[in-house]
Design a protein around this ligand. Structure first.
Ligand SMILES: Cc1cc2nc3c(=O)[nH]c(=O)nc-3n(C[C@H](O)[C@H](O)[C@H](O)COP(=O)(O)OP(=O)(O)OC[C@H]3O[C@@H](n4cnc5c(N)ncnc54)[C@H](O)[C@@H]3O)c2cc1C
Length: 344
């Protein structure tokens, strides 16, 4: 079964990887001259579930995504995977309520997710942390850019190939995985896709920051240094949809670090930055499923800020729909929640 995939970011390449495992033949069409030129092109990304206080479809989706991703990262080489652990700092009142509820209701057990006091958080992090935190010892960092490359290994890829009319494509099914680019297709024009620009900043580690052993999330985030460089993320601009570099964004990323991790205040040389546009939906949940069943058109988009995990689980779900195998692993509630039909 030949499946055409429009878009060579995480959503598209993850589909290609999973579809091959199901015996299908994926073909990727990417508008630009490389894989992952858009939101998926960062060298460093953090993989974390999106936390919800309650159990339900969202929890089912992100928990499934997390454990499936660990299995995949285990076997892929050259993706700069570092399961160093993640501390999500309780730095506002909402998190003070939500994080302990998450730790309890998700039921992962303390070896996978637990609340820690600031003192234990400091021991885990290797630097002083002033907040209690939700700790996920198996979370960490991976390279989204490298993932796109690995996912697409052995797959037919057409670069510099913008698709403008789906009638031009000959395949048994089509998966639209083009992020914000999908709004140009009449088939997807009714979907309320929203752009959210973001910029990550690379800074040279200081003697103190080089001690950092796990990722820290505090609204922004910092990853442990790789070859002396930290990735600091990320700005979040709902009102912008361009990927030009904004100098102030680097400062904002650094100032957010100073505010929530005062132990890491210091002079940092900025050694790089990258900006791109995330695709989101009004209910902050991915849009995945059949867009037009009769024409065999499917979609995977709106992966927001959690695309590393959600693109992979979305690919597994689409593979189940296309192959007719494995659908039982996804509850009816989750299928409805993911469905593009929820916006009709
Ligand atoms: C600054 C920033 C930091 C982030 N940090 C993290 C993080 O730490 N952890 C995490 O999990 N997520 C993170 N994200 C989010 C994550 O990167 C995205 O959710 C993910 O990359 C989305 O993948 P995608 O394939 O849907 O979109 P994209 O990567 O944008 O891919 C869409 C692709 O489709 C192509 N395309 C569009 N239209 C067409 C067409 N007509 N024909 C052919 N090709 C087309 C585009 O060129 C593009 O390559 C971050 C995002 C940003 C911007």
């Amino acid at each position: 079964m030949k499946i055409a995939i429009v878009g060579g970011g995480l959503a598209g390449t993850a589909c290609a990887y999973i579809f091959r495992q199901h015996g299908m033949t994926p073909v990727i069409y990417e508008a630009r001259d490389e894989l992952g030129p858009g939101a998926s092109g960062n060298e460093v990304g953090l993989y974390n579930p999106r936390f919800t206080a309650e159990t339900g479809p969202e929890q089912e989706f992100y928990a499934g995504a997390f454990f499936e991703a660990l299995k995949v990262f285990e076997v892929l080489e050259g993706i700069a995977w570092n399961p160093c652990g993640a501390l999500h700092l309780v730095n506002d009142e909402k998190k003070a309520k939500r994080f302990p509820q998450t730790a309890q209701s998700w039921g992962w057990g303390p070896e996978r997710m637990r609340m820690v006091h600031a003192r234990e958080a400091s021991e885990i992090a290797g630097v002083r942390i002033d907040y209690d935190a939700l700790y996920l010892p198996q979370s960490g960092t991976v390279s989204p850019r490298a993932l796109c490359g690995r996912y697409a290994e052995g797959v037919e890829v057409h670069l510099n190939h913008p698709v403008s009319d789906l009638a031009d494509i000959s395949a048994d099914a089509i998966v639209l995985a083009g992020g914000m680019g999908l709004s140009k297709f009449p088939e997807a024009a009714h979907l309320p896709l929203r752009a959210v620009r973001g910029q990550v900043t690379s800074i040279q580690a200081s003697a103190e920051s080089a001690r950092l052993r796990c990722t820290l999330g505090y609204g922004g985030y910092i990853a442990p240094a790789i070859e002396g460089v930290h990735c600091l993320g990320s700005t979040f601009q709902r009102w912008l949809d361009h990927s030009e570099i904004i100098g102030q964004d680097d400062l904002d990323n650094i100032l957010r670090l100073y505010e929530y991790v005062p132990a890491l205040q210091g002079e940092y040389a900025v050694s790089g930055q990258r900006a791109a546009v995330r695709t989101t939906s009004p209910d902050h949940f991915p849009i995945v499923g059949a867009l037009d069943e009769a024409r065999k058109i499917y979609i995977s988009t709106a992966h927001g800020s959690h695309g590393i995990l959600s693109s992979l689980r979305a690919a597994q779900y689409l593979a189940a729909l296309l192959s007719g195998r494995g659908e039982a692993a996804f509850s009816e509630g989750l299928k409805e929640r993911l469905s593009p039909g929820r916006f009709r």
